[in-house]
Write a protein that binds this ligand. Sequence first.
Ligand code: FMN
Length: 164
Amino acid sequence: MIDAGRAIATATPETFREVSRKWASGIAVVTAVDSHGALFGTTMSAVVSLSISPLQYLICIDRKSNSLPAITSTGWFCINMLSSSQERIAMTFAKKGTDKFSAISYREGLNRLPIIQDVASYIICHLNSSFDGGDHVIIVGDVIEIGLHDASPLVYLNGRFNNG
Ligand SMILES: Cc1cc2nc3c(=O)[nH]c(=O)nc-3n(C[C@H](O)[C@H](O)[C@H](O)COP(=O)(O)O)c2cc1C
């Protein structure tokens, strides 16, 4: 536990996780499709609006993610920004497995990328560059297409969705 009365806590994996839990984020499912048509998707909070000129988004993805090879080999991915009612979808895509898409509604967008139904927004990106991020890979994508919908976003804070 971090002592709230102390300004400095020892930097350890535990205090790193604890301090990170205090950072509110939106939640996305980043989807990809490989050259054989297999679908991939992973729940992500490490999604950042990076640049306006050019339009770029940044994602940080675990080196062990099964979705990573599909993103890097095709160069395409879709950031599905979940809406506040899509907690179940966030949990589905936070697990390992091949049939994540069987329980959800989605359509095929540009380059057959899965776009999940009723998301708050989506952004289709083409991989611009990738960087070493420790046990993660930092991926910068050029924004190719944006879908905006009238729904409030799913928020993650303190290990919970929507502050619930
Ligand atoms: C709230 C939440 C946020 C997450 N954020 C990330 C993230 O930013 N990057 C990441 O690589 N994994 C993140 N994960 C973990 C992945 O969703 C999880 O490892 C998933 O099983 C990976 O699936 P895949 O191997 O099929 O791609 C997050 C999980 C949860 C529940």
